[in-house]
Write a protein that binds this ligand. Structure first.
Ligand SMILES: [Zn+2]
Ligand SMILES: [Zn+2]
Ligand SMILES: [Zn+2]
Length: 470
């Protein structure tokens, strides 16, 4: 791993995306991670087939979308979560096929609603001016009212759609998947697969894998027709691979890095088929008898993923910190590498509260200012303490008529992470006791949900949810 050259960024066929990572077939994007076929998108994580979107997390097929999470086919939408086919709407949660809605949750096929109440077109246009977040005061007020509404509207125990026999959260078009999360494009017979899909089959312990692949085990960021891959990362179009990294179009590799179109290699050295088949079982036996022992005494035998201490990335510079946050002390005690904070010497020319004025009053010169992040480096979010507004971003905010952000991009990203439910399931009972449903007192239905019992949201089983919302 130390000797084989690695690509600086994992971008593929992308144009003018020099500050993006894992951008595939993208154009003119800035500070996006894991985007696919997107154009002119700024600050996003997993933005797919979208255009002119800013500050989003997991959006698909959308245009002019701002600060939204898990949305698809939306146009001119902001502050939305789990919405599909919505237009000209803001602060919407779990809405489908709605337009001109503001501060609404759990609506279907609606128009001109504000905080879940129906208005006429004229009333809507007049009333929305009291709330639309053109400045910081309006944004704060709307977030408060909307936050209260979100605690009253029932939620489905899990966002599982068009799927059979699945547990987890945010799963679509899948079958027999257990404890899986954020599976798009369908998966079958998987367990503990997170962030992937698109035809993933018969796999377990996979993070970011899929694309017509099968039999992946303890694998990260791999796919496109892979088969029988274990303990590996960044493998594409390959089969029968173990303990390898960044290999494409290959088969029968053991402990290889950065190979293309190779077969029967061990530690990047070419062998014959016969030699390979004779050596690999011996290596496996040796790995089982003489485990790798890390600094804190953990043993890694054959069948374990690479030791964390061999990672090129520090714990807090990886997505591990996003899903399982640790403090510096906790990480170091566990023997993980921690990224030391690099002292930034920015001298902010604007305070964060200075940009909360009405977007119509923001001068063009704002793009030359260094704005202090409202967290001032005091959070645990890899805060970079200051940020700029790019000209494209200013233009976008003016077009959407929405106040500028007050947090640096890293802090904005971590805000999204906290909006999502954790990668955990709790066994709970439906909270519904509505009269008129098939149950007499409290609904007896039980389920696995990513809402912990300590949370305030109203969590329903599928039939009670359908009776109330759909
Ligand atoms: Zn910050
Ligand atoms: Zn129920
Ligand atoms: Zn009910």
């Amino acid at each position: 791993m130390e000797n084989v050259p690695q690509k600086n960024l994992d971008n593929v066929n992308s144009v003018n995306c020099g500050f993006c990572a894992s951008a595939v077939e993208c154009k003119d994007c800035y500070l996006c991670i894991g985007s696919y076929k997107s154009e002119r998108c700024l600050y996003g994580d997993t933005v797919t087939m979208s255009k002119n979107c800013v500050d989003n997390y997991f959006i698909v097929g959308s245009e002019l979308v701002y600060k939204s999470i898990d949305c698809s086919k939306c146009f001119m939408v902001s502050f939305a979560s789990f919405c599909t086919d919505c237009m000209y709407s803001s602060f919407i949660y779990d809405c489908k096929n709605c337009s001109y809605c503001f501060g609404c949750a759990g609506l279907r096929n609606k128009k001109y609603c504000i905080f879940n109440e129906q208005y006429t077109k004229e009333e809507y246009e007049k009333k929305i001016r009291e709330f639309y977040p053109t400045n910081g005061i309006l944004l704060k007020k709307t977030l408060e009212i909307f936050g209260e509404l979100l605690l009253k509207i029932p939620r489905k125990y899990a966002l599982i759609t068009h799927s059979v026999n699945c547990t987890g959260d945010v799963i679509e078009n899948s079958k027999d998947c257990k404890s899986c999360f954020w599976i798009t494009g369908g998966a079958e017979n998987c367990k503990l697969a997170v962030c992937g899909g698109f035809g993933l089959k018969d796999s377990r312990d996979v993070y970011s894998g899929g694309g017509q692949s099968e039999m992946l085990y303890e694998v990260v960021t791999s796919g496109l027709g892979c088969k029988n891959i274990s303990f590996s990362g960044r493998i594409q179009q390959s089969m029968d691979i173990k303990y390898s990294i960044d290999c494409y179009g290959s088969s029968n590799l053991f402990g290889c890095v950065g190979l293309r179109s190779k077969s029967y290699c061990i530690l990047n050295k070419q062998y014959t088929k016969e030699e390979y088949e004779a050596f690999v079982p011996k290596i496996i036996e040796h790995m089982s008898q003489n485990p790798y022992v890390d600094k804190v005494g953990r043993e890694y035998r054959y069948g374990e993923f690479f030791p964390m201490e061999l990672s090129h990335f520090p714990y807090n510079g990886s997505t591990a910190q996003e899903h399982f946050p640790k403090t510096k002390e906790e990480a170091e005690k566990a023997g993980y590498v921690w990224r030391q904070e690099i002292e930034k010497d920015y001298i902010p020319s604007k305070k964060s509260e200075d940009v909360l004025i009405d977007i119509s009053d923001i001068p063009d010169s704002i793009t030359e200012e260094i704005i202090e992040c409202a967290h001032k480096g005091e959070c645990n979010d890899i805060c970079v303490k200051a940020f700029r507004i790019t000209p494209d971003e200013l233009q976008f905010h003016r077009k959407m008529n929405i106040v500028l952000p007050v947090l640096c991009p890293n802090c904005r990203h971590m805000e999204f992470i906290r909006q999502r439910n954790p990668l955990k399931l709790w066994h709970r009972q439906c909270m519904c006791n509505k009269p008129g449903h098939s149950h007499k007192s409290r609904c007896p239905n039980e389920f696995e949900t990513s809402y912990s019992p300590k949370r305030k949201e109203v969590v329903y089983c599928e039939s009670c949810y359908n009776a109330e919302v759909v």
